[in-house]
Design a binder for this molecule. Structure first.
Ligand code: NAD
Length: 483
């Protein structure tokens, strides 16, 4: 099979360019391991070029009115939408995520552009009545050059939706796509080149140690926004601190509990538990409720139903509308998931379904794993404590609410949680005691436009997706005027 797209250039200063290395990295379809495209192997010099271009571009961008910036961002969104089908096919082939739910990703990206375009006037300051003989006021200024480092699970969506706030605030951005799924960013480079002033939006492809680290170490990038694993997030904080004082926000992993009280319908819970696991992206979602905690009265009924639904999920070609689950994103991620399944078996969890590769010629190549459920998972087991970022659901039972809270909070992460009960007091009291930044009550999964998202504990720092994200791309300056 040949390359699926001819888009293979980075975007620096309004030009589609190769890397200074002159080298390329091929990218592979995780369903069959064939090469489907290539991207420039970016370098530190490429990052320097991008920063210089962004430095030159941001003052004029920031000088536009919020209305003007908003109009440009909306036009950018329309141009992305015009190439939605092409982006979808590139993204599905490059990530392995199934096509039906991936149809939403371009829409989410454009919605976010429009949302921040619409609230750009909220970049306003305050007057503070601290003393009668002064006028104390605040103004917000953009950082100037900011960076966004993107993970592999929704590369296009994150590259657009999670740069919109920075653009609205008047910054120029540098995006670093993930190395195992960088292709959609090459299509985006072509679109951004047409839609935005040169240097306002730059894309530099390459590895974490090369381009990622060069971004973090660059003295002219004070504001870095990262979505990825907790280990990389901590490395970024460490590296950034070696260079200078930087504003780093982190959206990291999760090991999210779904807590089920006994006053529930087991069929509804089983459906929700499977949905919450995001098997459609092979469980590779930070918000996946990968720990299902069911009250003992409902445990057997829910477990049986969950096992049946998960066993019936159709694993197959992610391009097919009727596939429920595709391949794991990369060889490395596949090995990680298989390692966790092995550890679950070794540590004595009860394998209920899945746990191996699917059989048949269609799965001879590629990074395939059957959707997997472990029951009776003990809080000391690695599959309970550590983020797998794969299609592995761990189920356990609880008896008292104190035990449930202890279990839920007994991990290093605190991103999302889902609480199921018809008793409003139970729901709210439980929500108050759970260490998580984003909690659904009698629901699971969706992000809502304008509603903040982010984690407590080692799941991150900062909140994205609401107005707070836009304000986080500004610095406050205070003026004290003597009257
Ligand atoms: P990762 O940390 O391996 O990589 C993420 C990005 O960081 C990639 O672009 C990578 O090249 C770059 N990178 C790697 N090392 C770097 C370094 N030293 N300096 C700078 N950049 C570096 O994560 P991943 O495997 O791509 O993504 C999966 C992780 O992302 C999971 O832990 C998942 O939970 C998390 N995630 C979180 C959210 C959220 O909103 N909280 C959303 C999606 C994914």
């Amino acid at each position: 099979m040949g390359y699926i797209t001819t888009a293979d250039r980075m975007l620096i200063g309004g030009e589609l360019v190769e890397s200074t290395s002159g080298a390329w990295e091929e990218t592979f379809n995780p369903a069959d391991e064939t090469a489907i495209g290539r991207v420039p192997a970016g370098t530190r010099e490429d990052v320097d070029r991008a920063v210089a271009a962004a430095q030159a571009a941001w003052p004029a961008w920031a000088s536009k009115t919020p209305k003007e910036r908003g109009e440009t961002m909306r036009a950018f969104g329309e141009k992305i939408r015009a190439r939605a089908t092409e982006i979808l096919h590139v993204e599905v082939a490059d990530t392995g995520n199934t096509i039906t739910p991936m149809r939403g990703d371009v829409g989410h990206a454009v919605d976010s552009l429009n949302y921040y375009a619409g609230i750009a006037h909220e970049l306003k300051g305050e007057t503070i009545p601290a003393t009668p003989d002064h006028l104390h006021l605040t103004i917000r200024e953009p950082y100037g050059v900011v960076a966004r480092i993107v993970p592999f699970n929704h590369p296009l969506m994150f590259a657009v939706a999670r740069t919109a706030a920075a653009l609205a605030a008047g910054n120029a951005v540098i995006v670093k796509p993930p190395e195992t799924s960088p292709l959609s960013a090459m299509v985006l480079a072509e679109i951004a080149r047409e839609a935005l002033p040169p240097g306002v939006f730059n894309i530099v492809t390459g590895t974490g140690p090369s381009v990622g680290e060069a971004i973090v170490r660059h003295p002219d990038i004070k504001r870095i926004a990262f979505i990825g694993s907790a280990a990389t997030g901590r490395a970024i904080q460490r590296t950034a601190a070696e260079v200078s004082v930087k504003h780093v926000t982190l959206e990291l992993g999760g090991k999210n509990p779904m807590i089920v009280f006994p006053d529930n319908d087991p069929d509804e819970i089983a459906q929700a538990a499977v949905k919450g696991m995001n098997f459609t992206w092979q469980g590779q979602s930070c918000g996946s409720t990968s720990r299902l905690m069911v009250h003992e009265d409902l445990y057997d009924a829910v477990l049986e139903r969950v096992a049946n639904i998960v066993a019936s999920l159709r694993v197959g070609d992610p391009m097919r509308d009727d596939s429920d689950m595709g391949p794991i994103n990369s060889a490395g991620q596949y090995r990680k998931v298989m390692g966790y399944i092995e550890s679950g078996n070794e540590e004595g969890a009860r394998l209920v379904t899945g746990g191996n590769r699917p059989e048949g010629q269609a799965f001879a190549k590629g990074y395939w794993v059957r959707p997997t459920v472990f029951a009776d998972v003990d809080p000391h087991m690695r599959i309970w404590r550590e983020e797998i970022f794969g299609p592995v659901l761990s189920v356990s039972k609880w008896r008292s609410i104190d035990e449930a809270i202890r279990l839920a909070n007994g991990v290093e992460y605190g991103l999302t949680a889902s609480i199921w009960t018809r008793d409003i007091k139970n729901a709210l009291n439980t929500a108050r005691r759970i260490d998580a930044g984003h909690i659904w009550i009698n629901g699971v999964g969706p992000h809502y436009l304008g509603v903040p998202y982010g984690g407590m504990k080692n799941s991150g720092v900062g909140r994205e997706e609401g107005i707070e994200e836009m304000l986080s791309y500004t610095e406050t300056k205070v003026l004290n005027i003597v009257l």
